[in-house]
Ligand binder design. Structure first.
Ligand code: ADP
Ligand code: ZN
Ligand code: ZN
Length: 703
């Protein structure tokens, strides 16, 4: 008897599927099954993507599968076609999308982690681990579901969210729209900061979950440090629903447990970062993308996918509602709303009574010369908050003490020897660090060139601001939150909790503190050095700056002001107070900003009116990288006229970790034309021998 041939997707850059035989005396694993196969000298996991009668290969070339993870249950056809879409859209083999989407322990050579996790998940073993804030859920439809639990993690429960506030009119309209449409109905929930978007998500989720015992709701959030707060809200609100979380901060065992809870349908609510968009969710009935504009939805290495875009595709595939929420939507989504592809729902007011959007003031640094980076206007506003026991936040998107160390006598600067970048001074750690290649060294005692011992830090990062503030306000409790201060697991969560519980007077931080957090007692936001983004070569820089400043401003004045307290205020220190971007910011006018910026983009032929892809090359020399790109252009002679190839250019930071980097932009006004060109072209490039490392990014976010 001839063996059945399984076509298996593997995590390798080689194109196509791989043929393996199924042992004749064994059941044939269905499509979607996870199998273990011999590949070269290794044993690796693969997913059965097709079953065929006969292979094109000679019978002696065909190896037999080693194991079938039957206990897992096959991945669904729908899940496979999601992966197939992503593979095609981003021009990667199916296996490079599908396998990395599975937890590592599942892909290992041993079945034990899977079996152990399945045992833990079995309902009779689950044990009612009730949470402190869990109240009896009044919703009868949910009374029979298993006891409250979340899988292998604990989140903070402190929380008044268990009793939902009654929705205001705008929120109620939004919930009714989201849950009231049959089929695919993408909704852009444009809600100003503090307008209560979370309440809308929670109510819509409750409605969807109540409709079917199998329904699952996926909530995507931008970053891990935002997850605890939303997670605790959701746990408090849905004490009887099993919740799974997915983010890169989970240990491997936890990751497997949570993934399985989703895959088996046990978890009803799944909260995760971008990688969760590729989770196996048999009952998926609604998707929420919170802060949909956020750059972290874009994976920046390997498969450079946009989780937001894949979420929209997935909602379309399943014909289910999807909500994209933001106070500062991406211009792509805004344009879709303008053109009618998405429906726009607005929450124009802050939800808490008497909580008003803060007044935004511009501090002209030419007139108000800063000391320690802080203007008089900002210092006196800080002083007022300290006197009245309110919190302040200073936002500076630059970590470290100073971006460069400099010798004034000979002009030496702390350049990284592996990158075209400076090494950043980190004073508490007493190190110089390159933020691009992670090279580190001790701070030199004297100038390496001339021996001068008086080396000067130039510029200002969060550490230096913290130091300066402490000198001005020795009594104040100052906390810095950035990637350096929160490296330890759980440190970010602990830091945010100390802000929420009132143990901090002034918070200094990078973009980590800018978004999402609902700080109740914060009435002042100071923005220290935003100007550089105004003159960036990257056309998206102003969009990012505007969103960031709106978001960080949105941290102020979120609660009802207290008696004798200060009105919510934002102070932006700038050398360009006349710049139109700051005027729209002061007016809280996102639609105005979007209209002007979209008009500029249309005029200049930029996204979202044009579609782009970026071919990047890395080599030992810049010449080799540029040559590779030029050869790629030459190879693309039979392209459709609507596809344009630009000249190859070095990247802005051209050398990183001793590799020279260059890039070339491909553009087209037609997405189908661009895609079909890329398909043939990438195939051709794959089959060209070259020592240059290259990658293609579709819809690049940074150019
Ligand atoms: P957003 O995500 O839109 O910035 P949040 O969802 O964090 O806003 O809500 C801001 C604050 O408003 C929270 O403290 C929340 O509890 C409160 N809130 C939301 N909806 C209502 C409502 N209908 N009535 C009163 N307070 C509300
Ligand atoms: Zn010197
Ligand atoms: Zn470096």
């Amino acid at each position: 008897m001839k063996p059945v041939i399984l076509q298996v997707a593997l995590d390798t850059p080689l194109e196509g599927l791989f043929d393996y035989a199924c042992p004749v005396d064994q059941d044939v694993p269905p499509v979607g099954s996870l199998v273990l196969i011999p590949f070269g000298r290794r044993e690796v996991a693969g997913i059965v993507a097709a079953i065929i009668g006969e292979s094109q290969l000679a019978p002696d070339k065909i190896k037999t599968i080693l194991a079938w993870r039957r206990e897992l249950g096959p991945l669904s056809e729908r899940w496979l076609s999601l992966c197939a879409f992503a593979a095609e859209y981003y021009h990667r083999p199916l296996g490079e999308v599908a396998l990395p989407a599975l937890p590592k322990q599942l892909r290992g050579p041993k079945p034990e982690p899977l079996l152990k996790a399945l045992r833990k998940l079995a309902p009779e073993q689950a044990g009612p681990r009730r949470r402190k804030a869990a109240k009896v859920n009044p919703d009868a439809a949910q009374a029979e579901t298993p006891p409250a639990r979340s899988f292998g993690h604990s989140g903070p429960i402190s929380d008044d969210a268990a009793t939902p506030p009654s929705l205001n009119e705008e929120q109620a309209v939004a919930v009714a729209h989201i849950t009231g449409q049959p089929g695919f109905a993408p909704i852009l929930l444009f809600g100003v900061t503090g307008s209560g978007k979370t309440e809308v998500y929670l109510h819509a989720a409750a409605e969807i979950l109540a409709r079917s015992p199998d329904a699952q709701v996926l909530m995507l959030v931008p970053e891990i440090n935002l997850t605890p707060q939303l997670l605790s809200h959701v746990q408090a609100r849905f004490p009887d629903q099993p919740i799974a979380t997915m983010h890169s901060g989970l240990a491997e065992g936890e990751r497997l447990l949570n993934w399985l809870a989703a895959h088996t349908g046990r978890a009803r609510i799944i909260i995760g970062t971008r990688l969760a968009v590729l989770a196996s969710l048999p009952g998926l009935a609604m998707i929420i993308v919170d802060e949909e504009h956020d750059a972290s939805y874009k994976q920046q290495e390997g498969l450079r996918y946009s989780a937001r875009d894949l979420a929209v595709w997935r909602a379309h595939q399943l014909q289910i509602p999807i909500v994209l929420g933001s106070a500062t939507p991406s211009l792509e989504s805004w344009q879709h709303a303008e053109s009618g592809r998405y429906q726009k729902l607005a929450l124009a007011q802050r939800a808490v009574q008497n909580a008003a959007l803060p007044k935004v003031g511009l501090v002209d640094l030419e007139r108000d010369k800063p000391k320690q980076g802080l203007s008089d206007a900002l210092l006196s506003a800080l002083k007022k908050r300290l006197e009245s026991g309110e919190q302040s936040l200073l936002f500076l998107n630059r970590r470290g003490y100073a971006p460069v160390l400099n010798c004034e006598s000979c002009g030496w600067v702390s350049s990284c020897k592996r990158c075209t970048a400076f090494m950043v001074l980190h004073k508490p750690e007493q190190r110089l660090r390159c933020h691009h290649c992670s090279l580190e060294m001790r701070i030199p005692r004297s100038c390496p060139t001339c021996g001068n011992i008086d080396l000067q830090p130039m510029g200002r990062g969060t550490q230096r601001v913290e130091e300066g503030l402490q000198a001005v306000f020795p009594e104040a409790r100052i906390l810095r939150i950035d990637a350096d201060s929160t490296r330890r697991k759980g440190a970010a969560q602990a830091a945010f909790e100390s802000v929420h519980s009132g143990q901090v007077d002034i918070l200094v931080g990078t973009q980590m503190v800018a978004k999402g957090h609902d700080f109740k007692n914060l009435t002042l936001v100071g923005v220290l050095n935003p100007d550089t983004a105004l003159f960036s070569h990257d056309y998206r820089a102003s969009e990012r700056l505007f969103a960031q400043l709106m978001q960080v401003s949105g941290r102020a004045g979120r609660a009802e002001g207290k008696e004798g307290g200060n009105p919510a205020q934002v102070l932006v220190q700038t050398r360009y107070p006349q710049h139109p971007l700051y005027a729209t910011l002061a007016a809280h006018d996102y639609p105005g900003f979007a209209a002007v910026t979209l008009a500029e983009r249309a005029q200049a032929g930029l996204p979202p009116f044009v579609h782009q892809a970026l071919l990047r090359a890395e080599a030992k020399t810049l010449e080799a990288a540029l040559e590779f790109l030029q050869a790629a252009i030459n190879a693309a002679d039979d392209r459709p006229p609507s596809v344009m190839l630009n000249d190859p250019i070095p990247m802005t930071i051209s050398r990183v970790a001793d590799l020279e980097r260059a890039q070339m932009l491909v553009e087209s006004s037609s997405r189908p034309a661009l895609q079909s060109f890329l398909r043939a072209w990438v195939h051709q490039l794959r089959h060209t021998k070259s020592r240059v490392r290259w990658s293609l990014e579709v819809d690049p976010m940074e150019i």
